[in-house]
Design a binder for this molecule. Structure first.
Ligand code: GDP
Length: 477
């Protein structure tokens, strides 16, 4: 009957066509199910049935191997004793909380995909604020690493100099295949060297396969390079027939704001964004040692939005326009550490009428001044703002910013990217449309593992290209 088919459809919608699973306590994480009402466009495309079945399989594995399960305790025991005794049925990727929030969201998605590809279980270092920011994504068992995990105290000290560092082991040839270490530290931070980068070679993956604990520190979205590894090729093809949806689907699956962050998102959305005809997001990130605001950045923002008609121009000659009927309304959501750009754009649309007669409201939730990575409310606001940007219809982002990548990826949006200004002048052209909604991998390896020589990894396959905003970066398209 109609009632049940309606409710099945509703449930399908609530679960994003099977991307999410039912069975969580709803009040503990309101965003998990409510977010469908805010992402008005729904998902960008449908996740493959293989991805969905693989996620369900992962959830079962996570339940079996999660914190304090029998297998977990056993595998931790090997770590404590430092001896590899027998191959454990549960192997792990431990993600170390490291770097700015945008970076962390991208690296966590990368680590999860790597876990899926290698049949490992992902455990998350809660750091100082991860628990305040993100709900549990997996039913039945936590993804957070327990406080008594034996390596936690060393997380900050792990570096390329650590004896357990994979790159260092390769450099000094301290890897002996018959001798499996109880853990290996993977240094995938942007300053990593050629030995660390061998992580992206099948041969090294073969060695890592046996290691029960892989502890990963990274600040990069390394997914594009996984797509260049022959051993993962088929699986990735099956998981993501449309390659530009990797972060979009994994992000929507993994990252659900906690209730306190969700409150920030929904109150702001309802008050300023819900009731307009169109929402435009503008994310301004200026990588400059001085705080700004800068005239050339403002010029660039205006040049981009006017050139591509993302917002109407204003008429400086006219005081008021005589229009009948209710004008179309647009809301502009700006995010920036500084309030200067927002004030200028807001004033422009207050002081002059638009040439189209549309009304434009301009809003900016916070202006925190500078990056304060260790502060709780600061990161909650940063997360809420990335999320709000993802709910807009048209998005403008800044080059090089992972903050913007998260917004575009979650939103399923191909943003207009503002080129990075050089020598304090507005670039011409000011911006260009992104090729895909995927984030850019800022520090990819340029190495042909088979030929053992350098190569341009942005030229090997049509779906891994150099990024619009960073010529040496790689992204999926
Ligand atoms: P990226 O440096 O732009 O790649 O982005 P990250 O998120 O990794 O690091 C920048 C950090 O600076 C964020 O996590 C925030 O803490 C802060 N930040 C930068 N831009 C904004 C902004 O527009 N709003 C808020 N609230 N914080 C910001």
């Amino acid at each position: 009957n109609n009632d049940t088919s309606d409710s099945v459809e509703l449930l399908q919608d609530k679960l994003r066509g099977g991307l999410l699973v039912d069975g969580f306590v709803e009040n503990s994480c309101l965003s998990r199910y409510q977010s469908a009402m805010y992402h008005l466009r729904g998902l960008s495309g449908n996740p493959s049935s293989y991805l969905i079945s693989r996620l369900r399989k992962y959830e079962a594995q996570h339940k079996q191997c999660g914190p304090y399960t029998e297998f977990y305790n056993k595998t931790v025991e090997q770590l404590r004793s430092g001896k590899f005794t027998e191959s454990s049925p549960c192997k792990y990727v431990v993600w170390i909380s490291f770097s700015g929030l945008g970076n962390r969201i991208l690296t966590l998605a990368s680590a999860f995909l790597y876990a899926l590809l290698t049949n490992r279980v992902l455990l998350v270092d809660p750091g100082v604020d991860m628990v305040d920011l993100f709900c549990e994504p997996f039913p039945y068992a936590s993804w957070f690493l327990p406080a008594d995990f034996p390596l936690t105290a060393q997380f900050n000290n792990f570096s390329q100099k650590s004896d357990q560092c994979h790159g260092k082991m390769l450099k000094y040839k301290s890897v002996v295949n018959s001798n499996v270490p109880s853990f290996v530290y993977l240094h995938l931070v942007h300053n990593y060297d050629d030995h660390d980068k061998l992580f992206f070679c099948d041969e090294e993956q073969h060695f890592l396969q046996e290691v029960p604990w892989l502890v990963m520190k990274t600040d990069n979205y390394f997914v594009p390079s996984l797509f260049l590894m022959p051993s993962f090729e088929q699986e990735l093809n099956d998981l993501f027939p449309n390659k530009e949806t990797v972060f979009h689907f994994l992000g929507r699956y993994l990252f659900h704001p906690t209730n306190s962050v969700w409150g920030l998102v929904t109150r702001y959305y309802q008050a300023y964004l819900a009731k307009v005809d169109e929402r435009v997001g503008i994310q301004i990130r200026v990588f400059d040692t001085e705080p700004g605001p800068f005239e050339h950045v403002l010029d660039q923002i205006l040049a981009c939005i006017l050139k591509h008609k993302l917002l109407p121009d204003v008429n400086h000659q006219q005081d008021a326009i005589n229009s009948s009927g209710i004008p179309k309304s647009k809301a502009v959501l700006m995010t920036s550490l500084s309030s200067g750009y927002f004030e200028k754009v807001r004033d422009m649309y207050w002081e002059y009428p638009t040439v189209t007669g549309e009304v434009v409201g301009v809003y900016q939730p916070s202006h925190e001044g500078y990056q304060q990575t260790q502060k709780r409310t600061h990161n909650q606001k940063a997360w809420a703002e990335m999320y709000l940007l993802s709910l807009t219809d048209v998005l403008v982002t800044s080059s090089w910013s992972t903050f913007g990548y998260v917004a575009q990826g979650l939103g399923g949006l191909k943003p207009w990217i503002l080129y990075k200004p050089e020598n304090r002048t507005a670039p011409d052209p000011p911006c260009r449309r992104a090729m895909s909604m995927e984030p850019c991998f800022h520090a990819p390896p340029f190495y042909d593992c088979k030929a053992k020589r350098g190569t341009d990894t942005g030229e090997l396959v049509p779906y891994v290209r150099h990024c619009e905003d960073m010529s040496w970066g790689l992204k999926l398209v």
